[in-house]
Structures are given as C-alpha cells and as structure tokens.
Write a protein that binds this ligand. Sequence first.
Ligand SMILES: O=C(O)[C@@H](CO)OP(=O)(O)O
Ligand SMILES: [Mn+2]
Ligand SMILES: [Mn+2]
Length: 560
Amino acid sequence: MAARDFKLADHPAIPRGIPLMLIVLDGWGEQPDGEYNAISKASTPIMDSLKKGHPDYWRLVKAHGPAVGLPLESDMGNSEVGHNAMGAGRIYKQGAGLVDSALADGSMFTGGWKQIQETIEKGCTLHLLGLLSDGGVHARLDQVWGLLGGAIERGAKKVRLHILTDGRDVADGSSFEYVEKLEKYIEELNSKGADVKIASGGGRMRVTMDRYETDWEVVERGWHAHVLGEAPNKYTTAAEALKDLRAKDPKVNDQYYPPWVVVDDAGKSVGTIEDGDAVVIWNFRADRVVMISKAFDFEDKDFPFFDRVRRPKVTLAGMLEYDVEIHLPSIHLVDPPQIEGTSGEYLAKNHVRSYACSETVKFGHMTFFWNGNRSGYFDAKYEKYVEIPTDKGIQFNEKPPMKAAEIAEAAAAAFKSGEWDFVRVNFPNADMVGHTGDMEATVVGCEAADKGVEVLLKAVEDAGGIYLVTADHGNAEEMVKHDKDGKPVLTKDGTPQKLTAHTCAPVPVAIGGPGLPKNIKLRKDLPGAGLANVAATFINLCGLEAPSDMEPTLLEVVEQ
Ligand SMILES: O=C(O)[C@@H](CO)OP(=O)(O)O
Ligand SMILES: [Mn+2]
Ligand SMILES: [Mn+2]
C-alpha cells in the first residue's frame, strides 16, 4: 500500500484554531420516553436543549451492528467498537466477526496456535480462560466451544477452564445456564477420552477482568484462583459454587461473584497453572484482558502491581492481540483489525493540539480505543491524556455521580487555558451505573453527566469555541428488557426483568457553540450514518479537510 500522506488541507469554511470540545456520553442511547428509560426519567435540561436543534444541529447515528463492524444487525454496540469507529473514522470488521471467520476457515489453528500445539504435544495442560458469556461484547459461547473442541481434535488431552461470569452483557443469573451448557459439552468430550474440567472462576467485575489499572486487586484475586488454585471458596463443581455463593450473600451476582476454585476429594485444586502449560485467553475484546495478560507475560522487574507468588513459565496466547503497540500478548490466534491512519495520528501530524480526559474506567476508551487499540501517544508534543482516578472497590450504583464533576472541571480548565485545539472527554455514568440495573441510581448518574455537559458547554461559550456531543452506544435508556411489542419482559415473580446490557439504540450527535460558523449545518443526506462518520466531522471542526478514506463528514456548508 502506498505510504499515507498525513498532510490535511484547510477546510474551506471552518477556520483552524477555534477550539473544539468533543463529549462522549458513554451508554447514552436515544429511545422514546418511558417508565424504564433512565435518561428520559432524569432531569437533563442540557441534553434536552440540544435535541431542539434537530435537524440542523442535532441528529441520530447508528452505534450497533454492522455500522460499527459487528457481525449482525442484532449485535448491540459497545465501547471498543464505538470508540474505534469514532477515532478511526472507518468501519473495521471487529473481533467478534474476525474470530467467527477464523473458526469457519480453520485459520484459528494455523498461526499463533502452532506454539500452543507444541505444548499440547508435550502432554502439558491447556488452560482456557475468559468471559463465559453469549453477549458478544468480549466473548461468545459458540467461539469457546469452537476453541475447546478444536483443541481436543488437535490432540489436547488435559484441558482446564477458568471462567468469569458475566451478568453485564447478558441477564444476571445466566451463568447457571452457561455453566450447564459447558458441563454438557465437557461431558461429551470426556466420554470420548478427554480430560476437561472447569477449574476456577469468579464474577468479571470482581475477578480478573479489571481494566486500565483501576484496581489490580481484581486481577490478583484471579491470579490466586486460576494460577495458584487458591480461593477462600472451594467447591467440587462450578454449579455448586454459583449456587452456594449466591445463597450465602445477597449482594453476590454474576458480575460480582467472589473467586472460587474447584477441588478434588482431597481438597486440592483440579487445575493450577504450572511451568510448561499453555494458556489461551478466549476474549476477543482487549481492554479487560490486558492486565491478566501482563501478569502472565511480564518479568518481575516490569511487574510491580502485586506479588504473583509464583509465575509459571507458560505459553500464553490471546484470542486476538490486545495491545497492538506493545504486541501483548506475544502470541495471538487471530489478527486484530488493522486500524491505522486514525484521527489521532492525523491531528498530531497536522499539529492540532489534543487533550483527552476521563476517569480510569473509561480513560482508555478516549485514548487506547480511540487510537485503534494503541496505548501510547502519537506525538507527546501535541497530545496530553489525563486520567481522573475511579473509586476502587465499589459498585457504581453506590456513587452514581462517579467523577463526572472532576472530569468536567479538568476538561473545562484545559479548554479555557488556550493550550489545546481539541479537547475530548468521556462521561461514564449512563453506562457504568446503567450496567448495575439500578434504575434510581442510573437516573442520578444521567443527571450528573448532564451537569458535566453543562459545565463544558459553558467553557465552550466562554472561549468562543465549538462543541460536538455524542455517545458510543445505548444503555441507560432501556433499564428493563422489552419484548418485540415493546412490553417489559416479566420475571417469575412478575417484576420486569432488569436489562444491564447495552442496546441497539441510535445515539445523538449535536454540534454548536459560538465558534461554529453560521453556514455549517448537519447534512440531511446520510440516513444510514454511524459513529464512523463522527471522525471526519470533528476533523472538519478542527478546520481541516478529512482524509478521503474516512467515512463522510456529517457537516455541510450551506449558502447564506
Ligand atoms: O464494561 C464493559 O466491559 C463493557 C460491557 O461488557 O462496557 P463498555 O463497552 O461500555 O466498556
Ligand atoms: Mn461504552
Ligand atoms: Mn458498558
């Protein structure tokens, strides 16, 4: 491919140097007002006022399914694909679909797998670890079956599974059904001579799947259970663990199970991870498996995060490469989407000074995901990434405002300082609190996010700047599950079933501010536009023409 020319021409109608504020409201979808819509229930005067700008200054864009590179129209959006699309301005076939193709054409077992195969042939144990979920955000059951079955077909004898339960992308309690399905499949494989067992597990928010170094203790708990075979909770089957831990503590749910291990009759773990073993992480999504990958891959001198006690020398493979900058893990089964020529690189190379900010749980969304799953700066001279620490060890409905005020304060100060041309922030509330399924708390979270937007729009007003407000996918606007006719799905006790997951709702794009030239409006001719169209839009708002291989801008220059 010809080398990319990063020089961008000036935009014909938008001058350079008018500062731009871009706000992403994580998990803020647009759906009709209703009893279970936490966003419409909340008092959100600022977001409501933006909506009045329809059609010239407010519109909806797609944030789910093929529009963001997911296999099916029924696939809900998520932060990785949403921020990848916004940051890159293009639609890439994403992890879920890439793994599907690699399983279908067999290439799953031809690349990085070869090194796993060598360890299997030596008779070592193969450990498979990941989120046991059909949500399609981080992982999918059929892919786990494909990996496990494929490994057995290729000669793996002893396989141990380390499972993280979900309840976030799927209904709480679905772990029972998934474990039952997995046990059935294991029985089938074992009846043909394999030795497969579930060895350890825990809830994804409490065990192993932390992200962006919010709390290394989460990963440490997982390390103890999966690797060392140690946890305060010991059971003879996974199903027993799930049942008993819930019965003991009403606060336990699929997301927040404590760590547990499966033990034999002598009380010994059935699946510690030992020197020479192979470990495959089956999640395709990166953020929540970067830390556990580091725990396996990093030498002691590079790993100050917790005492690993014992670090087995294993062959570790990721389903995908999770960090394409530092090539983590060093082996992967399926190549990740080749995201390059992102807006961040273009802007840095055109000397647009960019400032990105969120609190820890979403920090990497505005940096790592935004930049195509790269962890560093393109050019530190023109970029600054600011992280506000997220509270550790709480469930987010306990403190729904989260750090919205602090994010707004930091970003408003950066904007007013005049040091930055482009400030981008993410407010996590609608998403992180929405995932708890707690309606009241989510309403409070949405109100806090709206207040954050208010502070930032005031900064834009004061500095004569431009704003672009959008979201990465839906979540808080649908807090209970609905059937095809739009009626709430009821649980056995007659109450509506909580929906903790993201949705397929479209998301808003709003533009404005005193710096927006009067002849710039939103186009009316792109009904199918999605999040990938946002990149060209904000590059234009920075005063530059967008690269020709990005999805088209949402802006038009109108005659006055
Ligand atoms: O928390 C996460 O990992 C996902 C849901 O699984 O949410 P988001 O895509 O918004 O980060
Ligand atoms: Mn998100
Ligand atoms: Mn989410």
